[in-house]
Design a protein around this ligand. Structure first.
Ligand SMILES: NC(=O)c1ccc[n+]([C@@H]2O[C@H](COP(=O)([O-])OP(=O)(O)OC[C@H]3O[C@@H](n4cnc5c(N)ncnc54)[C@H](O)[C@@H]3O)[C@@H](O)[C@H]2O)c1
Length: 421
């Protein structure tokens, strides 16, 4: 772990981008602090009749470009700092993709695996009760994140409707299709990253068939494995929170996903897939052309960055590479496709869901995919060009791209003459 808070470390990227642009210091000052973060305790009845409380937060980091948007995480190690940092990243992610949103995030400090389904439902509904005046289709729009899913979004949407006496599907995205969810939301994060890699394949040295190692085998990781395998690439290693497996000849992705869906750990599937069990951290250093962190923050650090053999890192997770690791990877010629671009497919299809909810007219899957592909390619190309033109990392380029849009919006909020001096 490096010095300062997670947010302090994230803000280094903002300062770096600002140094490449002529931006008023007041803009930076505005973006350095969250607009508001609410903390509460959710008190719920457990199945055995006892009552238990859980810490919960919702952060609206910046709403200059539109209502705040960002997922809700259920994790035993969630902290306010993590929530605010994730909300900061959402602010930049929405700006990179030119979505009409600011950034937000929420979390409950809980291990959802220890709850029964009914307890999980009570907790999800309690979250919405606590934050019913914070969220809203024109104010703050949650979505799923780590250990939350469509079912939980459905409960929360239902609770909001009961509280407000309306039917407002656009208050939350990532809902079940039956409640106004969008087609294509489930694999959107992975698909966005996949379109990005395919579009830049020549530039990345990944044209043709390549090998892939994936850290974290949940929503983002599993769908990436599926898309890569279907496109003719070999997934050689995967991990979950309990360990990793490696097979240089390629893993059978369909069997792997079936096993995970049945509740098994990846290491439990090693024997039947002919794979070797390796330490979780060893996954970072396996022989693969593309490394896809799809678990949690700060997984590639000063301690293991030098072991990375991949030529490209696709950050499907948020913040998986620390600033020190970034430096080491860059010195070694590894290209990092940064989170605020690489995993933006999720929030982009969430945006499509919100648009469809508001217009009451729903698109077919082909249209969703075509729109997502177009936006990933357009913004991906713009970021790539900035990186080349300014000789900066792709991450710095993505921040420069986003910060340009954010500062224009901040200055346009009626204070342009002030900024003009
Ligand atoms: N789901 C989305 O739409 C979305 C969108 C943007 C970004 N992300 C980011 O992608 C990442 C994963 O999200 P998800 O939705 O796939 O979550 P998920 O809960 O579906 O999966 C997380 C996976 O990570 C694994 N994991 C946890 N700790 C690990 C460790 N120490 N080593 C290896 N694996 C570990 C878990 O076992 C699980 O397989 C997060 O950083 C999230 O913020 C997700």
């Amino acid at each position: 772990m490096t010095d300062g808070s997670l947010l302090d470390r994230a803000l280094v990227r903002l300062e770096e981008a600002a140094s490449h642009l002529q931006i008023d210091q007041d803009v930076i000052e505005k973006l350095k602090y969250p607009r508001e973060t609410t903390k509460t305790r959710l008190l719920i009845r457990m199945d055995d009749g006892s009552r238990k409380s859980f810490l919960a937060w919702r952060c609206r980091y910046d709403d200059t470009r539109g209502p705040t948007k960002g997922g809700i995480r259920f994790h035993p190690e969630s902290t306010i700092e993590e929530v605010e940092t994730l909300a900061f990243w959402m602010t930049f992610k929405c700006a990179v993709m030119n979505l009409p949103y600011g950034g937000g995030k929420g979390a409950v400090r809980v291990d959802p695996h220890t709850l029964s389904k009914t307890e999980l439902e009570r907790l999800s509904r309690a979250y919405m009760q606590a934050f019913a005046t914070t969220v809203g289709p024109d104010r703050d729009i949650p979505a799923p994140d780590v250990y939350t899913n469509a079912m939980i979004m459905g409960w929360m949407a239902d609770e909001y409707n009961q509280i407000t006496g309306s039917v407002t599907p656009a208050v939350i995205t990532g809902k079940p299709i039956a409640l106004g969810g969008s087609l294509g939301r489930n694999d959107a994060t992975a698909r966005g990253g996949f379109y990005l890699v395919r579009h830049l394949a020549e530039e990345l040295g990944l044209a043709g068939s390549h090998t892939v190692a994936i850290q974290g085998f949940g929503n983002a990781g599993q769908f990436y494995a599926q898309l890569a395998a279907a496109d003719g690439h070999r997934v050689v290693a995967v991990s979950d929170s309990t360990g990793a497996i490696y097979r240089p000849g390629g893993l059978d992705v369909a069997r792997l996903i079936a096993g995970k869906t049945a509740g098994r750990r990846v290491t439990e599937l090693a024997a039947e897939l002919g794979a070797t069990i390796i330490a979780a951290d060893e996954l970072i250093g396996v022989e693969a052309d593309l490394l896809v962190p799809a678990a949690l923050e700060e997984m590639i650090t000063q301690a293991n960055a030098a072991t990375v053999k991949a030529r490209v890192v696709l950050e499907l997770a948020n913040g998986p590479v620390t600033a020190e690791a970034d430096k080491i990877l860059s010195e070694r010629g590894v290209i990092v496709l940064p989170d605020i671009l690489a995993n933006a497919g999720g929030v982009t299809v969430s945006y499509f869901e919100w648009v469809q909810n508001r217009q009451g007219f729903y698109w077919d899957l082909e249209e969703i995919h075509a729109r997502l592909k177009k936006m990933m390619e357009r913004e991906g190309r713009a970021v790539w060009d900035i990186a080349k033109d300014r000789s900066v990392s792709v991450r710095a380029a993505a921040y420069i791209h986003a910060l340009g849009r954010l500062s224009t919006a901040i200055e346009a909020h009626g204070t342009q003459p002030f900024f003009a001096g």
